[in-house]
Design a protein around this ligand. Structure first.
Ligand code: GTP
Ligand code: MG
Length: 242
């Protein structure tokens, strides 16, 4: 039974990241890869087919594990909807297992991607604190896919990682100053640390601080087109988590 209604119960993996990062290219790549791996005497739809919305496809991580890969638009004006997938109610309905945050490692700077990543990680941090005991929503791991490593201008994954951490730290201190200003204006005390990403009061941000909220963050380099390292590492990361 692979009717439309059954797909909503599948585990899902969400593709997030700024516009032009390569999310749709990656989804198409995995779709083609699955189709190529399907023997000719079997219908391709058992490996992959579009479902529910044109933005998600069904893929098999193993013969017994099928999941939905969900694409989202990266445009800043459309991020609210993309981020709504992370709210505890929506993600439970969707059976969200992982987030793949795709960014262009050859982009001029990572500041724009870091701003979006900050919102994603903060949403997951708040999500972790939204339930109590057994009601706490399942933790969602994040893969930062440093894409376009086929381009010689691209930063290697280790540098993407350290530059993102520095940038997220800068955003954190800027936003906390902004919040203090708003707080004074309102004349009310904001809940301490509510919008602070990672370890409260720490001087530097590091991805490992997200473990306190059960959010695992891994940065892996790869490429979707051209002569690069390819997307196999990312595929394995996903397959291990669905
Ligand atoms: P939005 O839908 O606007 O959020 O962007 P997106 O993240 O879906 O980007 P998309 O997949 O449309 O890719 C943007 C451009 O980057 C396309 O021209 C892709 O061919 C190109 N691209 C994607 N992956 C790679 C890669 O690994 N290397 C290179 N050189 N180009 C890539
Ligand atoms: Mg796209």
């Amino acid at each position: 039974l692979h009717g439309q209604s059954s797909t909503s119960h599948l585990p899902s993996v969400l593709l997030l990241g700024p516009s032009g990062a390569g999310k749709t290219a990656l989804l198409s790549h995995f779709e083609r890869r699955a189709a190529a791996a399907t023997p000719d005497d079997q219908p391709a739809k058992s490996a992959t087919h579009t479902s529910q919305s044109p933005l998600s496809i069904e893929l098999s991580a193993s013969p017994s594990t099928t999941f939905l890969l969900v694409d989202t638009p990266g445009h800043a004006k459309l991020r609210g909807h993309a981020l709504s997938h992370l709210s505890p109610a929506t993600s439970k309905a969707e059976n969200l297992r992982a987030v793949v945050f795709v960014l262009d490692a050859a982009a001029d700077d990572l500041a724009a991607a870091a701003g979006y990543l900050y919102d994603v990680l903060l949403a997951l941090q708040k999500r972790a604190g939204s339930g109590h005991g057994s009601k706490a929503p399942a933790a969602v791991p994040v893969l930062v896919a440093a894409n376009k490593l086929d381009l010689f201008t691209a930063l290697p994954a280790a540098l993407v990682r350290s530059q993102l951490e520095a940038e997220l730290g800068r955003i954190r201190s800027t936003r906390s100053r902004g919040l203090l200003g708003a707080e004074e204006e309102a004349g009310a005390a904001a809940e301490e640390g509510d919008d602070w990403l990672g370890e409260y009061g720490s001087e530097k941000f590091a991805f490992r601080q997200m473990m306190e909220f059960d959010v695992e963050v891994e940065v892996l380099g790869g490429s979707v087109v051209g002569e690069g390292p390819g997307a196999d590492k990312w595929w394995r990361w996903i397959a291990e988590r669905v």
